[in-house]
Ligand binder design. Structure first.
Ligand code: PLP
Length: 404
């Protein structure tokens, strides 16, 4: 007997969740490419390099040797010890393996941290422009994302005064991202200390410090937020392998936290996903222990591209483009183009219109700033070959110069 399907009513938090805007733009660009349009995609969130050979070899060796079973929920002791060594070496931070939880990417680590710490009625303070998933994760935990805007004038860095203004008695977590996706901005050690000085007056606030771009930086110094005196006990550091080691597809990230917080995140992980892939974990150990020259080479390539991109964008009238210190994005301010008309008759009201115009008429894909809570800008990723970048920049220049 045929029965009718159950009604498709989803969990209310799923219904109210926004799909990832960066992925949405990517699929629109892919659709156009499939239709035969020669789209240059400057919207990617991943390095355009292969995973370095020693890492890939460690993964293959894991498979060959049968290291293909479940591991401990929080990751192998070998990997967690290697991560502790990394914290000691790179950040002067001393963690024990029970304070490390390895997951299927830093994205999952963030979701675990937010869900372990935040509850209904809590506020999660997020400086904008922000990485798209932070507010959605906060909402999914039942908490309220509170956005603290920053602008091009302060190079997209939250000032201590703005932090103080935005913190309330309900703030449970403050999410920091340095180097930043989407702006590439980095906080100097002194700026981080000034933020920490404000936080000392708010004892119940945890800091979730997303440092996944730690190694993708140019001249600026990276200071782990947890290494600032008094901050380690209230900081969950998020990091991973995707960006520095071009390992996005391996899905491996981790968090370091005070033991009770680490335990809470591990409990969630044990019921939802269990440990990340055993193969990726072996590869992760190799990444941390290998000669870091492939990382340096990749970062040098990013630096050359950044310089070209900043120079070319800065030369376009109406564009203000700060020089980012890290990651592989620039976030030019493009609001002078809002209210202009394009040759095809459309009016550009906002950054969404601008990006769709550039994609549909000039075949170059950027990500509109509204997705990042920074509506006056757009994100350009320079994780593309110099040739593609040059073509993309020619098209952006042509497209913007055609607006009246
Ligand atoms: C700021 C930031 N945090 C976290 C992630 C998640 O990285 P993954 O889950 O690939 O480790 C990304 C990836 O784009 C990111 O840009």
């Amino acid at each position: 007997m045929a029965s009718s399907p159950p009604s498709v009513e989803f969990n209310a938090r799923v219904t109210s969740m926004q799909p990832s805007a960066t992925l949405a733009m990517k699929s629109r660009a892919t659709e156009m490419q499939r239709q035969g349009h020669p789209v240059v995609t400057l919207s990617a969130g991943e390095p355009d390099f292969d995973t370095p050979a020693p890492i890939a070899e460690a993964g293959m060796e894991a498979i060959r040797s049968g290291f293909t079973h479940y591991t401990e929920n929080t990751g192998t002791l070998e990997l967690r010890e290697a991560i502790c060594d990394k914290f000691e070496r790179d950040n002067g931070l001393s963690y024990t393996p029970d304070q490390i939880v390895c997951s299927n990417g830093a994205k999952q680590s963030l979701a675990l941290a937010i869900h372990a710490l935040c509850d209904a009625g809590d506020e999660v303070l997020i400086p904008a422009p922000y990485w798209v998933s932070y507010p959605e994760m906060a909402r999914f935990a039942g908490a309220e994302p509170v956005v603290a805007p920053t602008g091009v004038e302060e190079q997209y860095r939250l000032t201590p005064e703005a932090l103080d203004d935005a913190l309330t008695d309900d703030t449970r977590a403050f999410i920091l991202c340095t180097p930043s996706n989407p702006t590439g901005a980095m906080y100097s050690p002194e700026e981080l200390e000034a933020l920490a000085a404000v936080l000392r007056d708010y004892e119940d606030v945890f800091v979730i410090s997303d440092e996944i771009y730690e190694h993708v930086r140019f001249d600026a110094e990276h200071r782990a937020f947890a290494s600032i005196p008094g901050m380690k006990e209230r900081t969950v550091t998020i990091n991973g392998f995707s960006k520095a080691y071009a390992m996005t597809g391996w899905r491996l990230g981790y968090l370091a936290a005070p033991a009770p917080v680490a335990d809470a995140t591990a409990k969630i992980q044990s019921q939802f996903t269990s440990a990340p892939s055993s193969i990726s974990q072996k590869a992760g150990v190799a990444a941390l222990e290998m000669d870091q020259e492939p990382v340096d080479d990749m970062v040098s390539a990013f630096r050359r591209r950044r310089d070209v991109v900043v120079e070319r964008l800065g030369a376009i009238e109406g564009v203000t483009c700060p020089t980012p210190d890290g990651a592989f994005y620039v976030y030019p301010e493009v609001s002078p183009f809002f209210g202009t008309d394009a040759p095809d008759g459309r009016t550009i009201e906002d950054s969404d219109d601008l990006c769709f115009y550039l994609l549909e008429e000039h075949h170059v894909a950027l990500v509109p700033g509204a997705a990042f809570g920074g509506p006056n800008g757009v994100r350009l990723s320079y994780a593309s070959s110099m040739e593609e970048l040059t073509t993309g920049l020619d098209r952006i220049e042509e497209g913007l110069n055609a607006l009246r």
